[in-house]
Design a protein around this ligand. Structure first.
Ligand code: ZN
Length: 492
């Protein structure tokens, strides 16, 4: 039987602002859309945290036995510098500054995003569509919204009519923003603006001739508004109504609110059943900003090459650190916090090693079944990873007691404990045992040194020493193989 049948998963839904029992539209299947990166710079640590939260959620849903279609897009056009549909396209601006093609910018930072997410042990999404790959579908959706009378064209640009939409629908349903407040609080339109009302947003923007990224449309040569791509790609791959939509808290307004308005205008139904928002990450108690130097790249944590850090940290430690906070809580990143997490992480990894060689007894002094249920309860309560980790440390304590003969475990319970720990530590939290990787790097270094010494011995015709190195390594299971390209080794 699939695990989801015996686990009642509850998810905090930003739309209803309550925890709700998760019931997918189609039994056994989950459609999940997460707003992906705008690929105009290296992936930001705050974004990495958001995507890691959804990686954990994706992994847990898979573990429960759901067939998950996880769509995470790449924004490679249309994202302007300001939410008010003004300023330059972020990618075009970078291309202009670096004197390269916009698609070179897109390629460079898409590759960076994939490298970083791979290093951090993310599962790839099922589909990773791009905005530029869906221009035709975006034009079709704009036509549909115009036909419904909810968008208007001005000078080759098309805007969504928020006031008109609000006559029969609730704009602000997700963010809680009141339409009247929005009108009062948005600065008055200057004479230049084409919008009927300040809260309207662009579905299509006419491009001036300097704008490199532009496509033909019935209205003008131009480009789609940023909010539109997510409505188009989510409905194309997941349907008019799907289960989960995720993203960073900062996307709730206006991006997600606009997505709902666009999708709802076309389909007449609420597009998403569960809206999930991951909270932000602070660096040393403050918002990250390149301008103040309070900034760090995910890659720099792994190399230690940033003045904020005292040393390099492994992927396992960083994932463990991020998972120690609930995805809806603000997380403060600092060197001290990572150092503290590293201690805990090593303790957990040591216990995972001890676990492999525990002696079994006729009785267990720890209720493994109860403990395992508590782990599931934590995850079923809106993916509460900090509580899960607290439970994992209860098991660590028990494992160390068995090792010191202060507790005992039966063979059946040991198997149960090993399996459950493996699932939560490696499959769901996806922690990587860097300590083990580091020791294999050290082994490689040591064997390379012996190969070098053996080569010197042979050059000096010291055959006895050369053979001794080869034979004694073979005795401990390390085989040397001499070939044309030099000596290689394998470990049995
Ligand atoms: Zn989006």
């Amino acid at each position: 039987m699939e695990l989801y049948k015996e686990n009642q998963l509850k998810i905090y839904n930003s739309l209803s602002k309550t925890k709700e029992v998760f019931t997918p539209i189609t039994e056994g299947r989950v459609g999940m859309y997460v707003c992906g990166p705008t690929v105009y710079s290296n992936v930001h640590l705050g974004n990495l945290r958001t995507f890691m939260s959804f990686d954990m959620i994706f992994r847990y849903l898979l573990h429960l036995g759901y067939k998950v279609r996880y769509v995470r897009n790449i924004t490679d056009a249309g994202h302007l510098e300001s939410d008010a549909d003004e300023g330059e396209d972020k990618i075009a601006k970078k291309a202009r500054l670096e004197e390269i093609e916009p698609m070179e910018v897109v390629q460079r930072y898409t590759v960076n995003f994939h490298e970083v997410t791979k290093k951090y042990n993310f599962l790839p999404p099922s589909i990773e569509p791009t905005a530029t790959g869906h221009i035709v579908e975006q034009i079709e959706m704009i036509k549909e919204i115009i036909e419904k009378g909810l968008a208007y064209e001005v000078n080759g640009s098309v805007y969504f009519d928020v006031l008109k939409y609000s006559e029969n629908n609730h704009y602000g349903i997700l963010s809680g923003r009141n339409i009247e407040d929005a009108i009062h609080n948005t600065r008055a339109l200057d004479g230049q603006s084409e919008k009927r009302n300040p809260q309207d947003f662009a579905l299509w923007k006419k491009a001036d001739e300097r704008h490199i990224m532009q496509w033909p449309s019935p209205w003008s040569d131009g480009f789609p508004g940023w909010h539109l791509e997510c409505s188009v790609m989510s409905s194309k791959y997941l349907g008019e109504q799907f289960d989960i939509h995720g993203g960073g808290m900062d996307l709730k307004f206006p991006h997600h609110e606009c997505e709902i308005a666009q999708s709802h205008s076309c389909s007449g139904v609420q597009p998403v059943n569960y809206w999930l928002h991951a909270n932000m990450l602070l660096l040393n108690g403050q918002k990250m900003a390149k301008s103040t130097g309070n900034n760090i790249l995910p890659e720099e944590i792994l190399t230690g090459e940033n003045k904020i850090l005292s040393k390099a940290f492994g992927v396992g430690v960083v994932r463990f650190f991020i998972m120690q906070a609930h995805y809806r809580s603000i997380l403060d990143f600092s060197d001290e916090a990572l150092l503290a997490s590293e201690k805990g992480f090593h303790k957990l990894m040591e216990a995972m090693e001890v676990l492999k060689e525990l002696k079994v007894a006729k009785t267990s002094t720890f209720n493994v079944t109860d403990w395992k249920n508590k782990c599931y309860q934590a995850m079923n309560d809106d993916f509460n990873t900090p509580i899960l980790i607290a439970n994992l440390f209860e098991a660590v304590k028990f494992i160390n007691q068995i090792k010191d003969d202060k507790a005992s475990i039966t063979a059946t319970d040991l198997e149960l404990l090993q399996n459950a720990l493996h699932v939560f530590v490696f499959d769901v939290l996806a922690l990587v045992n860097d300590a083990k990787e580091q020791s294999s790097d050290k082994l490689e270094g040591a064997v390379e040194l012996l190969i070098k010494l053996r080569k010197e011995a042979r050059e000096n015709k010291d055959w006895a020493l050369s053979d001794q190195i080869r034979d004694e390594l073979a005795d401990i299971g390390i085989q040397l193989k001499d070939g044309r390209e030099g000596t290689t080794f394998s470990v049995n």
